[in-house]
Design a binder for this molecule. Structure first.
Ligand code: ATP
Ligand code: MG
Length: 414
């Protein structure tokens, strides 16, 4: 790169990763890979690490804005911006500032310079002054406003290059998907469970999905919703596996042994056992549900305790302390809300009363379950499960071109 050249790129900053010590290179490599994957269908790109940042080079790229948008859904990014990369001389900085300002209207501005190496001849304050004076020369009507500038021009000077940009956006935050192990999320067609799954992605987990349906006792609408939710969530983790478990026959057995008031909890305990068996086959270490304390009768502290007693893995409940309004807002931001509120028939309503027991005792549920062959029911669920795979971007990587592939159970190993 000669000093005066300007190259388009996206500059990415991370936050939580920089708090890591020994493992930072692993997290950064994962973030770098995920960024490359997220834009892989938009044309060839290079993603490189620089001290404290990652740069997506968009030289000659035809879809720069689309590429930047894709990065809004990459977990681990604190903030990002379309930027120009140039040489680290005052002259090239001025040219880059001219380019970034372009023809945009503004009445006030500021320069926010950061110098990542101390041998650059100017300090940050001096860069601010020098470039500020330059802007005032080309835009004599504009004034400097450090507090409420309409336009904030960021300048980052590294040893061999510099980055200049204006529109910095907050990123998704959290940690890169794939850096935190694998979990199995129980995905209903409702509002809560997709948000719960996403919260785990944001903590760096790869999330497999399992959905229980009661076809043919209930229509297959919940399956369609689970697929659509899995498809949307795949935009955050690039590959997803959705297990569809036929649950209707299992529920018929439960009905014979468990009185109506206790059935929802009995269903949930069986779901947990089946999900655990699938989790073990796939290397997932924990389950995830969308439960929030007290939201409905099956989610009282008593009933959550009964559900956990059936589990041998951790059951993670990222929404436990959130209320319905907070969860709904998160679902709207995540763009799963519209799918979640489509009408369907939830399998947990099959053969259950409108008001289930809220304080089910341990002995009580265990006595009723004792009349069931739980092992056989779990095996039936696992063996009846079918697996679908979703890719994002479609056809990227070493996967089939369709976005959903179906198979009988052939569990993936991480
Ligand atoms: P959601 O909006 O996620 O459906 P909800 O408020 O409707 O939650 P419940 O129906 O009691 O609450 O479900 C609690 C949790 O149990 C869900 O968040 C989900 O993780 C799991 N779950 C419930 N039904 C199913 C299902 N049919 N398949 C998979 N998981 C389910
Ligand atoms: Mg539900």
């Amino acid at each position: 790169m000669t000093h005066a050249e300007l190259h388009p790129c996206v500059i990415v900053h991370y936050h939580e990763i920089s708090l890591k010590r020994g493992n930072r290179p692993l997290f950064l490599r994962r973030l770098q890979e995920n960024i490359a994957r997220a834009v892989s269908d938009l044309g060839p790109v290079t993603v490189v690490q620089r001290p404290g940042r990652i740069v997506l080079d968009l030289e000659g790229h035809e879809h720069a804005e689309a590429a930047r948008e894709r990065l809004d859904r990459v977990c681990g990014i604190a903030n990002l911006a379309l930027a120009v990369r140039t040489g680290s001389s005052t002259e090239s900085l001025k040219r880059a500032v001219d380019h970034v300002i372009g023809v945009r209207p503004f009445s006030s501005f500021r320069i926010s310079a950061r110098r990542a190496f101390k041998t650059f001849p100017l300090t940050s304050v001096e860069i601010n002054r020098e470039l500020g004076a330059h802007v005032l020369k080309v835009r004599p009507q504009a004034r400097v406003d450090l507090e409420h500038a309409e336009l904030n021009v960021h300048v980052e000077v590294l040893p061999h290059e510099a980055f200049v940009y204006a529109d910095r956006r907050p990123g998704a935050g959290g940690l890169p998907v794939g850096s935190g192990g694998t979990v199995m999320a129980l995905l209903s067609g409702g509002i809560d469970s997709p948000v719960a799954a996403w919260r785990m992605m944001k903590r760096g987990c790869r999330v497999h999905f399992v959905h229980f349906h009661s076809v043919p006792y209930l229509p297959d609408t919940s399956i369609g919703k689970a697929r659509e939710l899995a498809r949307r969530l795949t935009q955050w983790q690039y590959v997803s596996h959705l297990y569809l478990v036929p649950f209707g026959e299992i529920q018929r057995e439960v009905v014979l042994a468990v009185r109506p008031m206790a059935r929802v909890v009995a269903y949930r305990r069986l779901m947990v056992r089946i999900a655990e068996a699938l989790a073990r086959q796939t290397g997932a270490l924990a389950l995830v549900t969308g439960e929030s304390l007290g939201q409905v009768a099956s989610q009282t502290l008593h009933n959550l305790a009964r559900i956990d007693e059936a589990a041998t893995m951790p059951v993670l409940r990222p929404l436990i302390g959130m209320d319905k309004i907070e969860i709904t807002e998160a679902a709207q931001r995540l763009d799963t809300f519209e799918t979640s509120i489509e009408p369907d028939a939830d399998c947990c309503t099959l053969f259950t009363p409108a008001h289930p027991a809220t304080r089910l005792g341990r002995e009580e549920i265990e006595a009723m379950e004792g009349r069931l062959d739980t092992g056989a029911l779990v095996r039936a669920g696992v063996e009846g499960a079918s697996l679908e795979t979703f890719d994002f971007p479609r056809g990227a990587g070493a996967h089939a071109p369709s976005s959903a592939r179906r198979a009988r159970l052939a569990p993936p190993r991480p």
